[in-house]
Design a protein around this ligand. Structure first.
Ligand code: 3PG
Ligand code: MG
Length: 397
């Protein structure tokens, strides 16, 4: 069981909250504050109950040393706007500046620590190294709240080790994520259809292997489809092909029992740029991509067939767009999937920053879906049935 923050006596106590505030920036400003707003319920409740709220988070992958391009300053500024009061940012994570900032706090105050990943111990594979940093973080606080769901698949000092050192609870976001995603593990309303796409193939490909025994059908689009097409003996032209996954693709196909649905047709172009206005989409059979063409979206026949599966599904999990949706000419497949999920009666879950951005950009309201996860890799690993280190550390044994 995950203890709730209601069970923590936080009044007057220093509470370290690990949030996932890894948001996209645009010229020094937060471009999408979804993850910040998702963190508000926990932060506001803790402050209202008189806690000294110490927020820690990472931003990007600065590589273990301070790099001002990855400063959390824009995030602290946006959080302050949303809370209606400034949120001071310490100049370091667990050093003199952080200690001074925490020492100056009163009940109900908030401070943010600078990017956790300015410290290479945070992500170390060495338990003792991570543990040393976790001890420094823990020394800043009396209690720990894990609320950074999107990072909980990382066995990092702030996510995992520090939770073992302090009395702890799971924040509201983590509780909500676990409640929603648990409907995709154990008792699942069937048929259970998984839609996988996107461009980050290396990170996500192994999820197909884990999901094969769980899902009734796996619809594959985006760059995830190309290793399969090559494994089937086709050429994919200049499409974004992760050659490292072709062997795994062949393996998954041979044990898929027909559960893997691949594109039968694709939209192709000579480059990834927007085509000339009014140019008709160039549709080819997936088995016949010309050598000088790049596939940028699933084709209309595939979109119809994927939509038909989604219309009759009982449960749907979607991670990864079907094509280069940012270019309107290549957004049709992604839109068809989103629309079919919105129209159907399945319990639908969307995970992953790109996928959530896609449905927003294509004009779908959040209410069109059952649950929108703030996690990408984290929600995928959760539905794969893996144990997330950040959740395991919060479980009471
Ligand atoms: C994410 O954005 O997926 C999470 O914040 C984790 O970030 P990471 O992939 O850099 O560990
Ligand atoms: Mg990620």
């Amino acid at each position: 069981m995950l203890k709730t923050i209601a069970e923590l006596p936080v009044s007057g106590k220093r509470v370290l909250v690990r949030a996932d505030l890894n948001v996209p920036l645009d010229g020094g400003r937060v471009a999408d504050d979804t993850r910040i707003t998702a963190s508000l319920p926990t932060l506001t409740e803790l402050a209202a109950r008189g806690a000294k709220v110490i927020v820690c988070a990472h931003l990007g992958r600065p590589g273990g040393q301070p790099d001002q391009r990855y400063s959390l300053a824009p995030v602290a500024a946006r959080l302050g706007e949303l809370l209606g009061r400034p949120v001071p940012l310490a100049a370091d994570t667990a050093g003199l500046s952080a200690q001074a900032a925490v020492g100056a706090m009163g009940p109900g105050d908030l401070v943010m620590l600078e990017n956790l990943r300015f410290n290479d111990e945070e992500t170390s594979k060495d338990d003792a190294v991570r543990g040393g940093f976790a001890a420094r973080l823990a020394s800043l606080a009396d209690l720990y709240v894990g609320d950074g769901f999107g990072s909980m698949h990382r066995k990092h000092a702030s996510v995992y080790d520090v939770a073992l050192l302090l009395p702890h609870a799971a924040g509201h976001l983590v509780q909500a994520e676990v409640a929603a995603l648990s409907r995709l593990t154990g008792q699942i309303r069937r048929p259970y259809v998984v839609v996988l796409g996107g461009a980050k193939v290396t990170d996500k490909f192994s999820a197909i292997g884990s999901l094969l025994p769980i899902a009734d059908e796996i619809l594959v689009g985006g760059a995830m489809a190309f290793p399969f097409l090559v494994a089937e003996g086709h050429k994919v032209g200049t499409s974004l092909l992760d050659t490292g996954q072709i062997g795994a693709a062949g393996d998954y196909l041979s044990r898929s029992g027909g559960k893997i649905a691949l594109p039968s047709d694709l939209i192709v172009a000579t480059g990834a740029d927007a085509p000339a206005a009014g140019a008709p989409p160039e549709v080819v059979a997936a088995a016949a991509i010309p050598a000088d063409r790049m596939a940028l979206d699933i084709g209309p026949t595939t979109a119809r067939s994927f939509a038909a599966s989604l219309h009759t599904a009982g449960t749907v999990f979607w991670n990864g767009p079907m094509g280069r949706f940012e270019v309107p000419a290549y957004a049709r497949g992604t839109r068809a999937v989103a629309r079919a999920m919105a129209e159907g009666s399945a319990f639908t879950v969307i995970g992953g920053g790109d996928t959530v951005a896609a449905v927003h950009e294509l004009g779908f309201p959040d209410s069109a879906f059952g649950y929108i996860s703030t996690g990408g890799g984290a929600s995928l690993e959760f539905v794969e049935g893996k144990t997330l280190p950040g959740i395991a550390a919060l479980e009471d044994r």
